[in-house]
Design a protein. Structure first.
Lengths: 348, 348, 348, 348
């Protein structure tokens, strides 16, 4: 059983319902979104008569659920989308599209500062920057770790940016939770349910990347692991899926999958246009197509000197490339269902 | 060995080279594009000294080839793209994007006329309309065949439209070659090499659909079967590829595949946005994304009354839907690398 | 509507039912198996009261069908399997497993005779040998065509073997139908519905290869195209399906697909173990696994001198390799659900 | 650079090489197999002259490596296979095939004991039993955790069995490392590099399951993460890969992938025949095929009462089913390249 509270239900109302559930011998778990709370009733093997809840106020809906996925479906959440607020009113799942940009990895203090300076001057408020990197070889650069996190944090503070960085295990998760604004879970850890559960208990939004061979149903299962632990602030990110085209080093952005996801699930979905290809020109083309196709945001790799990048150089845009793309995206924005949201320049 | 003639090489020059080849005991096969001719030397098991050809004029390049694909690669064709002219100056592979629209199947004389009337009034000059239909059940409507061809032809003539229709075997190929402007080979017959060879000998442009599980390399092999028989006027059409998402009835448009194809091959590639999904709204979104991503044309199913269509109803646009889409595409066109080409209304 | 006749129903009984159907304004199409006939009622848009058929004898079952697949399902055929007799009592779908062997292509008269001599001396009665070859390059050897067919036919006659050879279009189909015992349709033509329909009208068993990216459902649709035209003598052949492992030149034998197919469909399914890999040693391992997994037959490429083969050399077994494999298969046979069927040596 | 020590090189010899490496300013990391040690030289950005190592004894080979995979390839390991000894002489990668059996999850003390009693009486010495379970719904049974581990451990001790159980995070890994003999990493965590690295530092063999959409190359990368941390005792497990057959709940055992892996990598590879299908009968057929195809072991789910199993019931064999299968496997074993290894019954 699942109790969907009204938007604006008070803490007191929620608490009363929780106590009511506990009084009849069950466990209550609260899952909190920016607007609405859901109370999951755990442990009810039998049927609970919903009349019992008549005496409580603030309840919108009571749903008897048996299927394995409960919290991912929009229809179970009163039909409305969950707006994910990552801080200072920067929101996902509104009528506009956010942009997240930055380097694959933070490589030095200077490059972090330089990139944040550049991006913020262009109205970008969310900066990505890996510090723990799962790479395709254990001998490749694995990120600057704690040091990198410091650099990212300093740069973000100076230029008033929100930050996204990837957690790869409990240790990095707890470290990042203290510092960054959005915790990214990478494609390779999309089915690391243990880590996902931990993401469900933190007080930060999560950006979950769809695995490159994960079906939309697989994504739902992973989401349910986060949501069922109490965190509804999840942004999902499509980054291209693997096909039978093994000879080319590319994956395919599943635009229709984004639509299907948005039809069924209440969470925002953004598109990472950098990872499907290893070619800057194509990143630009895909970004343009994505904003016109319609999505809740773009994620793009930008680097001060892509040819010297320690990771993902071939697909990273230079500042110049990014500027050109931004002009194109602004032009297209007028005709997009969800226009690109850019912010005023943040003074240092 | 392959001899690439200069653009503008005369018939006489070509003939002389052919005779030169035959004099030294080999067979020559001419492959003709709109601008350039290629002469394939068949039967040369040993190496031919290219100095032999010094005495001939009109030759741009002599290429010693051993790999299995020769005529598909742009680099073998002097690096330039092949412009496919389907008649009256309606061309593919120029700096604009063509639009092909019309019903999945021609269902009656009235609907053919009504659709042609509507489309031509919107500036569309190329009409699709199936008359031989390979369906997913032998018990489904298989097309009006000869009768349908008559209707399509009458409508096209009246409204001055070029026509595209699918051949499924030798019989339909020879019938259609007499009447339509472009012969379509469907996804299911993409590897029907016997039919492809026959397409190589006809005097009409061919529109080859990529099979929904064909790699780009597979497409090249199929193209080579057409090109090596002497017909260079081929338009390729991406229509979505099958992925592991078996539970949803959808395929994924391989936008990056279009770019890869265009990088390597000299032929035009268009995108059919109707077949990847069974949902009109998504056809519109995909069409918008495709024009912005960049391609040589769009192929869209339009039907006077989609809910009553005998085939492909769910993904067919009504006239009203198409009008709305056209407005959006025109707006976007300004920002597209290849803007949409629309023609003046053709008076009846 | 579909009328399943009893096993042993007489021609007269069948004729009476056909006439009965025509009398009430519908068309009847007979689909004939080795044991049982099915009469399809075409043109019945409305419901026909089955009481009407009470007066006829020889009827086992009347099935009202609306779904797009009718004749492929075992449950529609009285639950029993269709035994395909390719002549002289050589049958598929019995309690044993047949073996088909021979070269990819017939390359000369001598090699045809030599191979037939060898195979027949080992108790193999069915010889494969391509004469029309769809290759992955139009410049590769495409088969000896009419001449090759002559050689195959002469060898088969001399050594009393049944023959399997591939048709690629109407012309080759009509030629082969006169001469060989089983018409093969290759993986690339699996969805060439026009050719499949023609296979439905010939009086020879058909061996349909599953396309390397075809789902079992796709195979059913293709089968229905043959069956619905009146030919129930179809053998299906699994040959490996394409996966995401693009870097290796291999496909994967879908053993579970064979079981699923056999659970649902009444036709025999064999396994071609030569095409999944380009490595003889692995062909042997797969053949051993296949006989133990259980299937209605094996198809194996054998060549007098594989290293000089004009096609498929790397995966062809030499006579010596084949002998070793045969010993292993005979040993395993005792423990196989369907042991390998070998015949006495045929004296010349 | 990588230094391959001779089989039988002494601790002293190894230590001397390590010190020699450190003396010239690099870091040495030892990777230990049952027979052979490898010393990885970390930090050598430039080239080290191998003449420097002439003074050390016990060295077999010095390999200059730059590619991203070093330790997975057999050719880098002196061409020989790594034998993985899980204790008491129970080894993988010898000339026989091991069998691992047991329930998906340990559900109670009684069932653990009952299963161990049964299996050991049949000569099976390795028991699987999940206690931390990543399931396709967070609301499904997630394993008995610490309690289950106690039951598994008690049963194993009583019946002298080796145990395999899955770790899903650091916590479970450290817990299991103390108690079980082989740590399993499940398909969903195959690319959880952080966990894999930790597996590289423990003193227990690891059983790594191939993800159901992982290429063999992906498996190599994951292995390299374990091996490069110093643990060479890894057994890899093929369990079926996902194909485009979305409508059926099945995956496909990649037999050829097993061969390719064994050709290139020095580690043992076993086949889990239970997870590809949800049908006991097919588990039996696949197991028979697998032993005949050839592999280093089978992993099979066995449950005292499959119809009441809390997880994976449909594909679990009952004791009776398992007995039947064992008889068949024993019969086939005579003809298998790697016959099934069964042990004498262990007295309680």
């Amino acid at each position: 059983m699942m109790i969907v509270m009204k938007i604006g239900a008070t803490k007191k109302q929620i608490l009363e319902v929780v106590q009511g559930i506990e009084q009849i011998g069950y466990e209550a778990k609260i899952s909190k979104g920016a607007q609405r709370s859901i109370i999951l009733v755990h442990g009810n093997i039998g049927y609970i008569d919903e009349a019992y809840f008549n005496k409580f106020s603030g309840i919108r809906d009571i749903i008897h659920i048996s299927r394995r996925l409960r919290l991912v479906y929009k229809e179970n959440m009163g039909g409305s989308n969950t707006i994910v607020d990552i801080g200072e009113g920067i929101k996902f799942n509104e009528d506009y599209s956010q942009i997240i940009a930055g380097p694959c990895s933070i490589e030095s203090r200077d490059m972090a500062l330089e990139t944040a300076d550049f991006l913020s001057s262009r109205g970008v408020r969310i900066m990505r920057g890996g510090v723990f990197k799962p790479r395709t070889s254990p001998y490749s650069f694995q990120g600057l770790k704690e040091k990198g996190l410091e650099f990212l944090s300093e740069a973000a503070k100076k230029y008033k940016m929100k930050t996204v960085s990837e957690a790869v295990d409990e240790y990095s998760l707890s470290l990042l939770s203290e510092v960054v604004d959005v915790i990214q879970i990478g494609a390779r850890n999309m089915q690391n349910y243990s880590l996902l559960k931990k993401c469900g208990t933190i007080n930060k939004p999560v950006l979950l990347k769809r695995g490159f061979t994960a079906s939309i149903e697989d994504v739902y299962i992973s989401l349910e692991y986060i949501l069922s632990e109490g965190n509804q602030n999840v942004i999902v990110c499509e980054r291209g899926i693997r096909v039978f085209e093994g000879t080319k080093q590319r994956s395919i952005i599943d635009f229709l999958g984004v639509s299907d996801f948005k039809d069924e699930c209440h969470l925002p979905m953004i598109i990472d246009t950098s990872h499907a290809t290893r070619d800057r020109k194509k990143v630009q083309s895909l970004s343009r197509a994505a904003i016109i196709y319609g999505c809740d945001g773009l994620m793009i790799e930008v680097h001060p000197d892509p040819d010297k990048a320690l990771s993902d150089g071939p697909q990273s845009l230079s500042f110049g490339d990014f500027d050109l793309l931004l002009i194109e995206l602004k032009n297209l924005s007028k005709f997009a269902k969800k226009p690109l949201k850019l912010y005023g320049t943040q003074k240092k």
